[in-house]
Design a binder for this molecule. Structure first.
Ligand SMILES: [Zn+2]
Length: 267
């Protein structure tokens, strides 16, 4: 699933490519991805509107429109935005723009969610979000962990606790901080908490620099893959030697998610 770096990459690319352009027509090839309003109203509400700005909150993209409405896009597992697109029926929704080009929304598994709304602040998803790692200090992160008995990896993936970190970057940040993913959060020393916080931010920053990680279906706006996969140390490397100590990387299930770590480096 796209995490903060992938959605941030798309946000920046959308901002460059689309701000100032008008949506002339919307073709809905499969209405399943439209959560609100119904497809006919969705199309009407978008046609004629100019794209004013692109925001991101956690893993949610927000396209601000000249008519005061916002198009909220959650890519979920397999959502993709591709520009210029082709407008083929294999896209779920095609947005025709005033530059004569098309923005395609693809979603193989149909879990993605598109909403055309009046006030994105009122979305339940937004109201439940914890802070982003870039918006808090190491001291605040330490305090947030203090009372938590939850295992550290599911905790940092919990969007109500801290937003934007998912399965991939949680595994990578914990490896870099040399912390075992199943440790209880309040067992971390202050030094470990501060190091983990730094590694979360550094991992996300580096991943943004390389336009994200193309695992599953994620692609950049151009349709090209993101190139951060080559820097992964543990994610999806079960059975391969640790890049630090040569011990084989292990995969366990934690909080229902496949979790990769080095049993020697991570204590
Ligand atoms: Zn190791």
């Amino acid at each position: 699933m796209p995490e903060l770096p992938e959605v941030e990459t798309i946000k920046r690319e959308l901002a460059c490519a689309l701000v100032g352009k008008k949506i002339t027509e919307v073709v809905v090839h499969n209405p399943k991805v439209i959560r609100e309003p119904v497809a006919a109203k969705f199309k009407l509400g978008l046609a004629g509107a100019t794209i004013k700005g692109i925001l991101r909150r956690a893993k949610l993209l927000l396209v601000e429109l000249s008519n005061g409405k916002t198009l909220a896009i959650h890519l979920k597992m397999t959502g993709q935005l591709v520009y210029p697109g082709k407008g083929l029926p294999s896209a779920r929704v095609s947005f025709y723009l005033s530059d004569g080009k098309i923005l395609d929304f693809n979603d193989q598994r149909l879990f993605a969610e598109l909403r055309l709304i009046d006030d994105w602040h009122a979305l339940k998803f937004i109201q439940g979000l914890g802070p982003e790692p870039f918006d808090i200090t190491p001291g605040q992160f330490k305090e947030m962990l203090a009372s938590k008995k939850t295992k550290i990896k599911p905790l940092i993936m919990d969007q109500t606790f801290i937003s934007g970190v998912g399965n991939l970057y949680a595994a990578e940040a914990l490896f870099r901080a040399r912390i075992h993913p199943a440790r209880s959060a309040n067992s971390l020393t202050d030094k470990e908490k501060v190091l983990l916080f730094k590694e979360i931010k550094d991992t996300l920053t580096e991943a943004i620099k390389y336009k994200g990680s193309s695992v599953d279906q994620y692609v950049q706006l151009s349709g090209e893959p993101g190139s951060y996969v080559k820097f992964h140390k543990v994610y999806d490397r079960a059975g391969k030697p640790c890049l630090v100590c040569k011990t084989l990387i292990k995969r366990i299930s934690l909080g229902g998610r496949g979790t990769y770590f080095c049993p020697r480096c991570q204590k």
